[in-house]
Ligand binder design. Structure first.
Ligand code: 5GP
Ligand code: ZN
Length: 113
C-alpha cells in the first residue's frame, strides 16, 4: 500500500503531529481541523474501511476505539466528544485507510450536513 497516504504517515514518509501511539495504533492531528480538537486515529496496518477492519481483525477494531477514547481523555474533552468513521463515497470517506475522527472542544451539532 505504498500509495496510501496514511500508510505513508505510519512509515514516517509524510510528517504528522502525533498525539498518541501504541504498537498497532497511531493518532495524529487532522490537517484540516473541523473542531478545536480534531484527531485522526488509525490502525498502523492497512484496512480499507471499518467493515474491512471489523471483519479481518475485530480485536484491533476494539483497540482503535479504545485509543480514540484515550486521546479524548488526554485532550481534556471532559464535556464529551464525537467519534466518526466515514465509510465509502456517500459516507464522505476520502482516505481509504480506516480511521476514526475524534472531534471535540466545542458543542457539535447533529445531524451533520
Ligand atoms: P475522510 O474524509 O476520509 O473521513 O478523512 C480524511 C481526513 O484526512 C480528512 O479530515 C483530511 O483533512 C485528513 N487529511 C488528509 N490529508 C492529510 C495529511 O496529509 N495529514 C493529515 N494530518 N491529515 C490529512
Ligand atoms: Zn494505508
Amino acid at each position: 500500500m505504498d500509495e496510501c497516504l496514511f500508510c505513508r504517515i505510519v512509515a514516517g514518509e509524510i510528517p504528522a503531529t502525533v498525539v498518541h501511539e501504541t504498537d498497532d495504533v497511531l493518532a495524529f492531528r487532522d490537517i484540516a481541523p473541523q473542531a478545536p480538537t480534531h484527531v485522526v486515529v488509525i490502525p498502523k496496518v492497512h484496512h480499507r474501511d471499518a467493515a474491512a477492519l471489523a471483519s479481518a481483525d475485530p480485536a484491533l477494531a476494539g483497540r482503535l476505539l479504545a485509543a480514540a477514547t484515550d486521546v479524548a481523555e488526554s485532550e481534556g474533552l471532559t464535556d464529551g466528544h464525537r467519534l466518526v468513521l466515514n465509510t465509502g463515497s456517500d459516507g464522505g470517506q476520502t482516505v481509504f485507510h480506516v480511521h476514526v475522527h475524534l472531534l471535540g472542544g466545542r458543542p457539535l451539532t447533529w445531524p451533520p450536513g
